[in-house]
Design a protein around this ligand. Structure first.
Ligand SMILES: NC(=O)c1ccc[n+]([C@@H]2O[C@H](COP(=O)([O-])OP(=O)(O)OC[C@H]3O[C@@H](n4cnc5c(N)ncnc54)[C@H](OP(=O)(O)O)[C@@H]3O)[C@@H](O)[C@H]2O)c1
Length: 325
């Protein structure tokens, strides 16, 4: 038996139950991993609440991001062996000391990437990669707006967009977060709870507006985010920390400047093994170079998963949070 955090019925943070579970031997194509750290993500709250249905039904082990060592391999697994250090994402069932994982979802960690770094970035950093390098390819000189700039995805994306040569504008919920965002790649920071962020973006860009808006906030920043875009600009709605955007008339994209809009998810960008590995390697390279740092600003013992969720949902966190089994 090993310690895990399970959800037996969906709801608030109180449904995260710390208990023992049995992890069987790995089946064909699977590996067993001893987690050294588990990432905490906003998506974990969507599964906990039932907004995203659990693919394995109830109960389920929470969590979508982690890193650890391979402790057993199942039949047919050829490219991983016991003792390998791996990171992974997009496979519900991470808040646990040990877990099974399809071997083709694990990525070997380079020596210079620690378990904690990996657990803090396999989901958030790979998301930053595909958003900035694939959904809209950020170019030198682009004006880029990133909402919740001091958050987990936000701090990584801001550093990376800066590294790519963009003029990075970030929105944040407090003065402390503004300081942090400025130290992590933002050229300009907007306190969007106090200031009209559309007016500020107009001012900052001299009326030229942005080539792209990366919006993981959702309801609270829509449709104003569209007004930050120049004609033919790209609205990337990649999350809904404040709630989901209501249905809207697609003609709004025409009237606001023949805009593009997309609602992407890492699951699709990294569905093929070769894409998963390419995205991960791009992330490992930018972190190993020192251009992007992975701020692990909250650490909790696994048994405190409820507190980790409360802190995340009450906007009390910055950068990445991890649970340590
Ligand atoms: N599509 C994908 O592939 C993908 C992958 C990973 C993450 N995501 C999305 O990316 C977003 C960020 O995820 P994360 O795990 O890195 O979380 P996070 O950014 O660390 O936390 C969410 C942040 O959103 C802001 N926020 C604004 N309104 C809020 C509200 N009403 N309640 C709570 N927070 C609010 C807060 O920052 P301020 O206080 O500064 O406003 C908060 O810190 C989420 O929407 C998540 O679902 C999407």
């Amino acid at each position: 038996m090993v310690a895990a955090v399970r959800v037996h019925k969906t709801g608030g943070p109180e449904v995260l139950t710390f208990e023992d579970v049995t992890v069987p031997a790995p089946g064909a194509g699977q590996v067993k991993i001893r987690n050294h750290a588990c990432g905490v993500n906003f998506i974990d709250t969507y599964f906990r609440m039932g907004m995203y249905p659990s693919p394995v039904g109830l109960p389920f082990v929470a969590g979508n991001e982690g890193a650890g060592e391979v402790i057993a391999v199942g039949p047919g697994v050829t490219d991983l062996k016991v003792g390998d250090r791996v990171g992974y994402t997009a496979a519900l069932g991470t808040y646990t000391a040990e877990r099974l994982l399809p071997a083709d979802r694990a990525v070997k960690l380079p020596a210079q990437i620690s378990y904690e770094q990996a657990a803090a970035m396999m989901l958030k950093g790979m998301t930053a990669e595909y958003l900035l390098r694939r959904t809209y390819k950020v170019q030198k000189g682009d004006n880029v707006l990133i909402h919740a700039a001091a958050g987990g995805v936000g701090l990584i994306a801001c550093q990376w967009a800066n590294h790519l040569g963009a003029n990075v504008i970030g929105t944040v919920g407090s003065k402390e977060k503004a300081e942090l965002a400025k130290k992590n790649g933002c050229h300009h920071v907007i306190l969007y709870r106090d200031e009209d962020f559309v007016a500020k973006v107009k001012e900052i860009t001299g009326g030229k507006l942005c080539q792209v808006v990366y919006d993981g906030v959702g309801k609270a920043t829509f449709p104003a985010s569209l007004d930050c875009l120049r004609p033919l600009g790209m609205f990337v709605s990649f999350g809904s920390a404040s709630g989901q955007i209501d249905a809207f008339n697609i003609n709004i994209l025409q009237t606001k400047g023949s805009l593009y809009a997309t609602r992407p998810t890492l699951n699709h960008y990294a569905a093929a093994r070769e894409d998963l590995v390419a995205i991960a390697n791009d992330l490992f390279a930018v972190v190993a170079s020192g251009a992007v740092k992975i701020p692990v600003n909250q650490r909790y013992p696994l048994k405190d998963a409820q507190k980790a969720h409360r802190d995340l949902e009450s906007r009390n966190t910055t950068g990445s949070s991890i649970l340590v089994p």
